[in-house]
Design a protein around this ligand. Structure first.
Ligand SMILES: Nc1ncnc2c1ncn2[C@@H]1O[C@H](COP(=O)(O)OP(=O)(O)OP(=O)(O)O)[C@@H](O)[C@H]1O
Ligand SMILES: [Mg+2]
Length: 263
C-alpha cells in the first residue's frame, strides 16, 4: 500500500469545481512533484491531505488511515507526521527567527526550553542558516525567509514534507539552493516529499516522479525521463514553457494573454 492515496476525490467551492475524480498514489520515501497551472487546485490537494479541507466525495488515505473522517486528535497526530511548508512561508514578523521556528514545537509538544533551543539550532543548521536565531524575519532575504519557513516545519521532525511552491519568487541561486536542500533533506531524514511547483528546474532536479493536474484530474504521471519524453500535449507544453494557444492552455499556464507574465 502506498503511503499517500487519493481515491476518486471530488471537491468544489460553490460552483467552482476543483477536483472531479482525483486519484493518486505516492510511495514511501519518494519525492513526488505536482505540476499544474495557477488555480488548478495544487494547494487544495495539499490541504485535503492534511485535513484542512474535506472532500465532497472520495477518500484520502495516509498510511492506511482515512483522513477525511479523522477527529481532532487523529488530525493533530497526522499534522505532526506530515509537515507543510506553506506557499509564501508566512513568518510572524513580530517574533524572532528562534520563536518562529519554535512555534510548532510549543504548539504540539511538551518540550523544555533547552530541548527547544537544541531543536531550533538543529533545524536552522539543516537549512544552512546556523546561528540566525536572534534575527527578525523582516531583516531576512526572500531566500532566507523560505529556508526559515522550512526549518519551522523540519523542527517537528515530520515523516512527510509538503512543499507548496518552495522556489517561487526566488533568484536562480536561491532556487538551486532550495533544490539541493529538498534533495539533501530527503536523504538525511529519509523523508517522503510532495512538492508543488511551477518551476521546471525544481521539478526536474528533485523529483522521483511527477504528476500533472488539469481540469480536476491527474492527466499524466511518470518519472522525470517519462515526463521529458511525454507526448501528452499539455505536459509537453508545460515543461517546455511553450506559449498557450487556446483558453485551456491559457488557464494551464496561468496567463491571460501573450503579453502577460506567468505568475
Ligand atoms: N477556501 C476556499 N474557498 C473558496 N475557493 C477556494 C478555496 N481554496 C481554494 N479555492 C479555489 O480553488 C481553486 C484552486 O485553488 P488552489 O489554491 O489550490 O490553486 P493552485 O493550483 O494552488 O494555484 P497557484 O499555483 O496560484 O497557487 C481556485 O479557483 C481557488 O480560488
Ligand atoms: Mg497554490
Amino acid at each position: 500500500m502506498a503511503l499517500i492515496e487519493f481515491h476518486d476525490v471530488y471537491k468544489a467551492f460553490g460552483p467552482k469545481v476543483v477536483y472531479k475524480g482525483l486519484s493518486l498514489a505516492i510511495e514511501r520515501g519518494e519525492t513526488f512533484t505536482i505540476l499544474g497551472g495557477s488555480g488548478v487546485g495544487k494547494s487544495v490537494m495539499l490541504k485535503l491531505l492534511i485535513g484542512l479541507l474535506k472532500p465532497d466525495a472520495g477518500s484520502i488515505v495516509f498510511d492506511g488511515e482515512r483522513v477525511e473522517t479523522m477527529g481532532p486528535k487523529a488530525l493533530q497526530r497526522l499534522r505532526q507526521r506530515v509537515g507543510m511548508v506553506f506557499q509564501g512561508a508566512a513568518l510572524f514578523d513580530s517574533l524572532s527567527v528562534r520563536e518562529n521556528v519554535a512555534y510548532g514545537l510549543r504548539e504540539h509538544f511538551n518540550m523544555d526550553e533547552a530541548s527547544i533551543s537544541e531543536r531550533v539550532a538543529w533545524a536552522l543548521s539543516l537549512v544552512g542558516l546556523p546561528g540566525v536565531e536572534s534575527m527578525n524575519p523582516a531583516d531576512l532575504s526572500g531566500g532566507m525567509r523560505k529556508r526559515v519557513g522550512l526549518a519551522r516545519t523540519i523542527a517537528l521532525q515530520p515523516e512527510v514534507l509538503l512543499y507548496d511552491e518552495p522556489t517561487t519568487g526566488l533568484d536562480p541561486i536561491n532556487i538551486s539552493r532550495i533544490n539541493h536542500l529538498i534533495t539533501s533533506l530527503e536523504k538525511a531524514l529519509n523523508i517522503t516529499s510532495v512538492v508543488v511547483t511551477h518551476d521546471m528546474s525544481t521539478a526536474f532536479s528533485v523529483s522521483h516522479r511527477l504528476a500533472m493536474v488539469h481540469k480536476g484530474r491527474i492527466i499524466a504521471t511518470g518519472t522525470r525521463d517519462e515526463f521529458r519524453a511525454s507526448t501528452v500535449p499539455l505536459v509537453h507544453q508545460f515543461i517546455t514553457g511553450q506559449a498557450p494557444e487556446d483558453e485551456d492552455m491559457a488557464a494551464l499556464v496561468g496567463r491571460t494573454g501573450q503579453g502577460d507574465r506567468a505568475s
